[in-house]
Design a protein around this ligand. Sequence first.
Ligand code: HEC
Ligand code: HEC
Length: 351
Amino acid sequence: MKTTLATALLATGLNLLTPAAGLAETGDQALLKQARQLFKPLPDNMATQENPISPARVELGRKLFFDPRISVDGTVSCARCHLPQLYGTDGLRKAIGNHGKANPRNSPTVLNAALQGAIAAHWRGDRKSVEDQAVQALVGPPSFGLAKYEDAIAKLKAIPGYLPLFKAAFPRDPSPFTQDNWGTAIGAYERTLVTPAPFDAYLKGNTRALSPTAQAGLREFISVGCASCHNGTGVGGTMYQKFGRFEDYWKLTGSKEPDKGRFDVTKNAADLYVFKVPILRNVVMTPPYFHDGSVTELPDAIRIMARAQLGKTLSDTQVKQIVAFLESLTGKLPENFQTVPVLPTSAFQAP
Ligand code: HEC
Ligand code: HEC
């Protein structure tokens, strides 16, 4: 179609009539460009070359994740501390495991947790991967609490319905009941637990996916300095940092017994009070906050971060805007995490 003078004029006229909209558009694009340099949208799943997934492994892992019968007292599954209805956390300051044993730290969410492949999982970075994490949970004293891996294998073998599922998930393995396969299956399931959010739509180019307040919050999150630590696909989970660079963290959080963080793992003085920078995806849904669950309200956690990590005091408006940005990180629960699976029965089955 030929462009007529009228349409050309109309176009120019519209541009002249809406200079503000034009400017806002440029501003939006600049923010989006900056955001894309710091963050990335979530992938469809978190499988890697080293840890591929298959439908049979994911389905087995999902069952194992929700099965309490393997634990020492028959009451502890992964879901005890990573509940779907609380976005993969337990709502407690510190987790409680078998026989009511207290865990020294707060339960982080399992959602998107496998993103942190490059750095080890857990607050102090004492696990290599979600697979390694699952294996070690079996013998974790406050977790499943088994004395040794053989006990876990015996408990799995006692549930006849698991044999075909393990065989299907590990077809080349003549005796598939091993703790490594347990970890591989649960890890495969965890690698499917991604929660795409409005922020992902934004990063993919839909600037309207974020409200103006959320965009203002994103701008603050970057300019104040939060994104220097909380960045990447998970908006965190890419590095370790000292908690309390400007002030002792326990003076701000009220923590009774300061945790020495990675120092207790590495015994390196430089690691005193160093913790993993947590992913902030779904953070609105996962209080209480910090490694010890010492802070209940998100605005308080944000103010504490600004003071402890950046030596800055935020205004109420800045906090409100950052909360709005963090809300845009709340995604949809994956379907295979919204409902619980039916588990193979441990009752006698006729041959
Ligand atoms: C008794 C409660 C409890 C149980 C049971 C439990 N977890 Fe956790 N989980 C925690 C706590 C607490 C942490 C943090 C531990 C730490 O950092 O010292 C954690 C950390 C994790 C992490 C690391 C997340 C991150 O971002 O660092 C993953 C992944 C995870 N758990 C998955 C599982 C799986 C899979 C199971 C079952 C095999 C399981 N958990 C069983 C409480 C529990
Ligand atoms: C120097 C690095 C650094 C900077 C800058 C930083 N953080 Fe953090 N952030 C951390 C670390 C480390 C933790 C974990 C602290 C702990 O619990 O031990 C954390 C934890 C958090 C938590 C709690 C998450 C949870 O699941 O418990 C929130 C929320 C948070 N940061 C938001 C922010 C905001 C907002 C800013 C900017 C005002 C910010 N952070 C700046 C390193 C940083």
